[in-house]
Write a protein that binds this ligand. Structure first.
Ligand code: DSN
Length: 405
């Protein structure tokens, strides 16, 4: 067989691209060689439908060890007792993980209270274009118009009125600290189960740089590839010592929903990658990494604000910030295109109460997990903020000139 050089060339090309840019996509990161090695390992050859000790295929003794190791490391990393929590490491990614939870806990057509996409929620928190909003009914919530932050009193009113079966706490574009206890109280007023989707901040929670949802949630979903710096994959944690309203144990419902409810054979290479990433996240250096991500985001926000850019909600407590670029006449799409030309990768993003369209919203989202992995610190953030400012300010001035003309 003639050697296929095309895909090798494309891999090299992408490696070069990734090294040559400043990557500020809030949901991305750079994994270690150990994680890449696990992903590219022979575990990709194996079928393993079922769970450790209960498989529908032979030849799974080693696979069982991998899955058990990933589960043990996941519980240990988040300081969870196996008497109170179980974890399912089979979800292919964040979207199927969330759908599996709904399948497990909410009857078809039932109400799921989730953050609106245009205020910082995720498609799978019940948006109408996602299966989560077609099969179930979203009870939307947003942020307060003045503070651009969560308003827990307002959440309580919505929950009392609508009585959802499940409340989803957790966001893709929310820069502030989440008060998990307040969410628990909101869930309790209407007897809903509480699911925390900590995908964006899992690495911060693991490293002690954001409060943990585990003391309050019934279910915690997370992707592994964002601040947690693992493979593209997901996990679902569930209480073993509490019963769901249906009378069944949370973890039993979740396991059945993941397989055979939603998925077939787990991707064992991803599970091996999860185990490798969890090992790394449990090392002392990871605590420093998580703290540095937050420091970097704060400095970036402060520097941009000093240069006159409006930071949504006035700042950040986590790994990301939202910049209202439209306030200075630059749309989110233009901002992202111009920055990419200058070697800075961000994504355009709606800001709360955005009057512009999703394909060209009013802002950009900036995250610091990937650049922090590369070793960048506060002084680098000052340099990056200056570059962002000079690119966007030039565009903003041009727009103002155009308007005047
Ligand atoms: N699409 C991801 C993000 O960028 O936040 C969430 O899944």
């Amino acid at each position: 067989m003639k050697k296929d050089t095309q895909i090798q060339d494309l891999i090299k090309k992408e490696e070069k691209r990734q090294k040559s840019v400043i990557n500020l996509i809030a949901s991305e990161n750079y994994v270690s060689q150990a994680v890449l090695r696990a992903l590219g390992s022979v575990f990709t050859n194996k079928y393993a439908e079922g769970y450790p000790g209960k498989r529908y295929y032979g030849g799974n003794l080693v696979v069982d060890e991998v899955e058990n190791l990933a589960r043990e490391r996941a519980l240990k990393l988040f300081k969870l007792s196996p008497k109170k929590w179980a974890v399912n490491v089979q979800p292919y990614s964040g979207s199927p993980a969330n759908i599996a939870v709904y399948l497990a806990l909410v009857p078809i057509g039932g109400k799921i209270m989730g953050m609106r996409l245009d205020m910082g929620g995720h498609l799978t928190h019940g948006h109408k274009v996602s299966a989560s909003g077609k099969i179930w009914r979203q009870i939307p919530y947003g942020v307060n118009k003045k503070t651009e932050q969560l308003d827990y009193d307002e959440l309580e009113e919505i929950a009392k009125k609508e009585k959802p079966k499940l409340i989803v706490a957790g966001f893709t574009a929310y820069p502030r600290r989440i008060d998990w206890k307040a969410f628990r109280l909101v869930a309790d007023v209407c007897g809903a189960a509480l699911m925390a989707d900590m995908s964006h901040i899992a690495g911060l929670v693991a490293g002690g740089a954001h409060p943990s949802p585990f003391p309050y949630a019934d279910i915690v979903t997370t992707t592994v590839h964002k601040t947690l710096r693992g493979p593209r994959s997901a996990m679902i944690f569930s209480r073993t010592d509490r019963l769901h309203a249906s009378g069944f144990k949370f973890h039993e419902l979740i396991d059945k929903a993941v397989f055979p409810g939603l998925q077939g054979g787990p991707h064992v290479n991803q599970i091996a990658g999860i185990a490798a990433a969890l090992y790394e996240a449990s090392q002392p250096e990871f605590k420093k990494y998580a703290a540095q991500i937050v420091k970097n985001a704060r400095v970036l926000a402060e520097e941009l604000a000093k240069k006159g850019w409006r930071i949504v909600s006035g700042g950040t407590d986590n790994h990301l910030l939202l910049v209202d670029t439209w306030q200075k006449g630059v749309s989110g799409k233009d901002a992202s295109t111009l920055l990419e030309k200058a070697g800075i990768i961000v994504n355009m993003n709606a800001i709360p109460f955005d009057e512009r369209k999703p394909m060209d919203p009013s802002g950009i989202r900036i995250g610091t997990a990937a650049v922090t992995t590369q070793g960048m610190k506060e002084k680098d953030m000052k340099r990056i903020a200056a570059r962002i400012h000079s690119v966007l300010d030039a565009a903003g001035s041009l727009k103002t000139e155009e308007k005047k003309a």
